[in-house]
Design a protein around this ligand. Structure first.
Ligand code: NI
Length: 234
């Protein structure tokens, strides 16, 4: 049964199937593309509600999960993959990789990767470094693309739905990667309001992997992507 689940839960066919339906812009305006990313989950009482709302709206997102929070939230991870979202790695215990020992960096990434492969099957689980912090040795140690962001409303600090929504709506542009945290109820509410407002303007919500593909950006292992077309250096 475990092997069978692994086959059915591989994210790629689901994402491919979902993309055609998503790529139709609302209102006949020219399509613009954006990626919502959620860090620090999954969390039982907030992530499920977010997944319900994204499904209702036909929006894809990317979830960078903390390994420590995976074992009690396996059902949420399966939902993410089945519903066309991208699941990524946010390390096992949310430790900064900047100036960390080589062994620590590898262990923090691998422990989460093993858990994700057990639940979702083999795959490439892109990394969001905690706090966005890396150093010059990181690219040699990380075997997948890494994801930064181009828009950060600091939702964890604001804890205010209206302020997060207005920050994002006031600055968003085609190709942005938006940083949010599914850990906070205010951020879940903000994310769904952002989807409603931007879909009405012709934005399509993609996973980070889909967003890069949409802009013909070829994802490279060890590169840190800040938007669909920008890499961040350090
Ligand atoms: Ni984080």
């Amino acid at each position: 049964m475990a092997a069978l689940m692994a086959v059915f839960c591989r994210p790629l066919p689901v994402e491919t199937a979902g993309l055609a339906a998503l790529a139709v812009p609302a209102g006949g305006t020219e399509a613009k593309y954006v990626a919502l990313t959620f860090d620090d989950g999954p969390r039982a009482d907030t992530t499920g509600r977010l997944l319900d709302g994204l499904k209702e709206r036909g929006a894809h997102a990317t979830f960078f999960v903390i390994g420590e929070q995976v074992p009690e939230n396996e059902g949420l991870l399966r939902r993410m993959a089945v519903e066309g979202h991208q699941v990524g790695n946010h390390t096992f215990s949310h430790q900064s990789l900047q100036n960390a020992g080589e062994h620590t960096v590898i262990e923090e990434i691998q422990k989460t990767e093993v858990l994700l492969e057990e639940i979702l099957g083999e795959g490439e689980y892109w990394l969001r470094p905690p706090y966005g912090l890396v150093d010059s040795r990181t690219p040699q140690l990380v075997k997948t693309p890494m994801v930064y962001w181009s828009l950060d409303p600091e939702d964890w600090r604001l804890l205010n739905t209206e302020q997060v929504v207005s920050y994002v709506l006031g600055r968003v542009k085609n190709g942005d990667i938006i940083l949010l945290h599914d850990f906070y109820p205010t951020s879940v509410d903000a994310a769904l309001q952002i989807v409603d407002a931007l879909q009405a303007e012709g934005y399509v919500f993609l996973t980070v992997e889909e967003l890069l593909a949409q802009f013909d950006t070829e994802p490279q292992a060890g590169a840190l992507y800040a938007s669909a077309t920008e890499e961040r250096s350090w």
